[in-house]
Design a protein around this ligand. Structure first.
Ligand code: ADP
Ligand code: ADP
Ligand code: ZN
Length: 214
């Protein structure tokens, strides 16, 4: 299965991605996670990405596209993949299309997780992430059974530096201007499925499974 996840910041893409990749046994490719890992390791790429991420802006297309192209050529992507947070612009979508064509493969579905704007800020600002395994929680909407520690691995939970109200608002604005056009883009390609992201995490997943045809 070759999939992409679309949706504004805080829609629940990462949360659903964890369940999707488990069920369909495909690698989870999150461009945001790749940048955060590089920032933590202090690589050249991490330093560049940081400038943009901290302001809630998109990292330049060229940088992102190269990383994703390299990643898709790795052996584990032969059985399929889930792209989470990529593409985010029409330029990225076109570059992805070309790269897949060269590999003689195509996307099966673009999953659009739909959530009202007013809910996104609450979700993103309350988000907490496990330092060790990357599991995602929410202080009130989806708390860890172990409070400040991850219920899966015991790791400490932290808050992303860009998950503050001001930066999240900027990210939503950037989403509306640059990423939302991809909904029509994939509708035209005939592979868009829109999912109601405003229901329990498990219900959202059930809807995705049905949309993917089991
Ligand atoms: P995205 O990857 O789209 O930015 P996340 O999956 O990280 O979104 O979710 C954002 C926040 O909202 C997290 O704190 C997560 O625990 C919470 N969340 C995700 N899905 C739901 C849902 N269906 N209902 C309530 N809270 C949710
Ligand atoms: P969210 O889950 O809230 O949507 P992500 O982890 O996907 O956030 O992305 C965090 C930040 O990383 C973005 O605000 C942006 O700066 C950068 N980023 C991630 N993916 C891309 C991409 N495909 N194109 C450009 N910038 C990206
Ligand atoms: Zn953990």
């Amino acid at each position: 299965m070759r999939l992409i996840l679309l949706g504004p910041p805080g829609a629940g893409k990462g949360t659903q991605a964890a369940s999707i990749v488990q069920r369909y046994e495909i690698p989870h490719i999150s461009t945001g996670d790749i940048f955060r890992k590089n920032m933590k390791e202090g690589t050249q790429l991490g330093l560049k990405a940081k400038e943009f991420m901290e302001k809630g802006l998109l990292v330049p297309d060229q940088l992102v596209v190269e990383i994703v192209k390299d990643r898709l050529e790795q052996e584990d992507c032969k059985k399929g993949f889930l792209l989470d947070g990529f593409p985010r612009t029409v330029v990225q979508a076109e570059a992805l299309g070309h790269a897949l064509k060269k590999m003689n493969v195509a996307l099966d579905k673009a999953i659009n997780v739909n959530v009202d704007k007013h809910i996104l800020i609450e979700r993103a600002v309350g988000r907490r992430i496990c330092k060790e395994c990357g599991a995602t929680y929410h202080i009130t909407l989806h708390p860890s059974a172990k409070k400040d520690d991850c219920e899966k691995c015991g790791g400490l939970l932290y808050q992303r530096s860009d998950d503050n109200e001001e930066t999240v608002s900027k990210r939503i604005e950037v989403y509306l201007n640059e990423t939302q056009p991809l909904i029509d883009y994939y509708k035209n390609e005939g592979i868009l499925v829109t999912i109601n992201g405003q229901q329990d995490i498990g219900k959202v997943f059930d809807e995705i499974v049905v949309a993917l045809g089991a």
